[in-house]
Write a new protein. Sequence first.
Length: 436
Amino acid sequence: MQNIKVGLLGFGTIGTGVVRVFQQNHDLLANRLGASLELVRIADLDTTTDRGVKLAPGLLTDDARALLNDPEVQIVIELIGGYEPARTFVLEAIRNGKHIVTANKALLAMHGEEIFSAAEEAGVSVMFEAAVAGGVPVISAIKENLGANNYSALYGILNGTCNYILTEMDEKGKDFSDVLAEAQKQGYAEADPTFDVEGIDTAHKLALLLSLCFGTKVDFNDIYTEGISKVTAIDIEYARDFGYKLKLLAIGKRDGDKIEARVHPTMIPEDYPLAAINGVFNTVRLVGDFSGPVMLSGYGAGMDATASAVMGDVLSVARDLQTDCSARMPALGCPQSQLANYTIKPMEQVVTPYYLRFNVKDHPGVLASIAGILGKHEISIESMVQPHRHEAEAVPIVFMTHVAEERNVIAALAEINEMDVIQEETLLIRIEDHLE
Ligand code: HSE
């Protein structure tokens, strides 16, 4: 029986999950492959913490280079996370002819071109199913099962931590910071939770999905990125009153050789399937010209689900090794030389309806002045509420607008925020009510 040897870089939460799959499903994997899959080295700087799994003596080392230079290791699983030293190690492994399986979306969103080109040159695979939507097999679906489609749009709830926070705030009325602490305790959050709550993690994942779906290079810095830290329980409540749910949505749309690429809190109608995705669940809705809309959902974060995706990639590479057809599938589903260079539409050109929450002094004429400025900037109001008449000085006024161009909304808000009666900066939340 062939023996395929694997090395693991990074023994944190997901790494522990990977070891558990190797141990618990060892025979099942061998049976499915008709070959033995063996974890021969684990490298992590921390060799003392008890991760709750038993390891054979000598398996765990703090010497990553020993793993990278081990001629026996054919597949390297990179679960260090972050940019460095992950980038250096991955490039070194590729140069040494090893296939890569990684969950590192930050690394691939920033340095994908360099890594994918190096892999193509070396004739090795780079697989990253676990980098987007945890245990949901969205990348193989885009590249393989739906690979004959011309995609027009994709929508994603791609950060388990944010979705968990928004769901808990919605259902239990909890505070943002308490729920974030719970998510960190459960092992969903990134090492730096700013990446989660400020939308950066979602934008990393969107960058990869855009390249995969639209076959284009994407400059991560061009993706408009806004997180959920300014959203309050009150906005979630108002959203509900208007028949919407609030989600941190990743949006990608193709418009000729331009693409829309944005991550921001978004109100979606409560009867849309995306609105029902709660807690740590992630979902991706892909719109292909022949398939029509396809939605994939499942656990987007956490040790077991992410380890499942990592090990699916390991199995796939192992099968390629068995049949001697390594690097069968380019990392982004098409060769690097075939990637287009579409530009990302500037945010000011985006057209969508808006939720605007003003905090104002409750004086006669305030509402009329705000409405007047919105009208002057060609923003038409669909509905409006002044939810509570407080004893306090400041009251919220909420406007739902018809579709408007973002540049007009920004200009109107700049003018309104200058008014004496405005008590705090106006909150703007985009609405997406015509999902393809
Ligand atoms: N921190 C990420 C999340 C983990 O919360 O979704 C998976 O990338």
